[in-house]
Design a protein around this ligand. Structure first.
Ligand SMILES: [Zn+2]
Length: 250
């Protein structure tokens, strides 16, 4: 692990290689637990993967990610209609639940959520949170190979790691920055949070337990898109109709 600090002032003692290795460990853990993570394989539903990977490629082509060429940016679908969530490991392994896909109504809102998840990985929020949670001394002992069990524990805890509200604000902001040069509505993530809000707080979805709501979330996303002067070129056919086809294939 190389000591390095992030440009927003947060401390992160992990290296880019550490992020990639931790992400790969989480991926392996997920794949070894099909009861909890019933993955849809690419060969089982190539059309759904083509659709999602197309959105991912458009986001990567924005030129706004710092680690576009470092991280895996691998999309995976989890077949669980009852879970309204998505997450991205360090190193860019992205997981989207069918529950979230079916909850949304258009392609830009899914692009917004994907952009948000990709921002968590690109801004390296997980390893920053881990640096805080485990302490630098403990993590250095992992680096020295003294504590293999802890490394496994860290990989496990990543799946359920909660971000801070400032991480959430940053991921929301970068979702807009990533989408702005694309054809999608740059404030697509706001649709998702608006719809979540309309569900009320009595039964908060999984997404909000790992991605806590910052203040004025929806308003901040919309003002970011306005201040950047983002425009959209997506057609109604692609925005709504293609999304309905994508959903019905899941
Ligand atoms: Zn988040």
């Amino acid at each position: 692990m190389n000591s390095c600090s992030k440009n927003d002032g947060g401390v992160n003692i992990f290296s880019i290689e550490d992020d990639k290795n931790l992400g790969l460990q989480v991926k392996q853990e997920i794949e070894s637990n099909p009861a909890q993570y019933p993955l849809i394989s690419k060969s089982a539903n190539p059309d759904a993967y083509t659709y999602l990977e197309g959105i991912r490629n458009d986001i990567l082509a924005s030129g706004e990610l710092s680690h576009k060429d470092d991280f895996a940016w691998e999309v995976n679908i989890i077949n669980d209609d009852s879970t309204l969530n998505a997450f991205c490991t360090p190193g860019g392994y992205i997981y989207v639940y069918t529950g979230l896909i079916k909850f949304l109504d258009n392609k830009s809102s899914l692009a917004g959520v994907l952009g948000h998840e990709m921002a968590h990985a690109d801004k390296r929020h997980s390893t920053e949170q881990l640096t805080k949670a485990y302490g630098i001394q403990t993590l250095l002992s992992v680096a020295l190979g003294d504590n293999q069990g802890l490394l496994t524990e860290i990989a496990s805890s990543l799946v359920s790691l909660s971000f801070s509200r400032s991480d959430e604000s940053e991921a929301d902001k970068y979702s807009v920055i990533y989408l702005c040069p694309t054809k999608y509505r740059a404030d697509g993530a706001a649709d998702f949070f608006q719809k979540l809000e309309s569900m009320g707080t009595s039964n908060p979805p999984e997404f909000l337990s790992s991605h806590p709501n910052p203040d004025n979330r929806i308003q901040n996303i919309e003002s970011e898109a306005n201040s950047l002067g983002c425009s959209t070129t997506i057609t109604q056919q692609e925005e709504v109709n293609s999304y309905a086809t994508f959903k019905s294939g899941l």
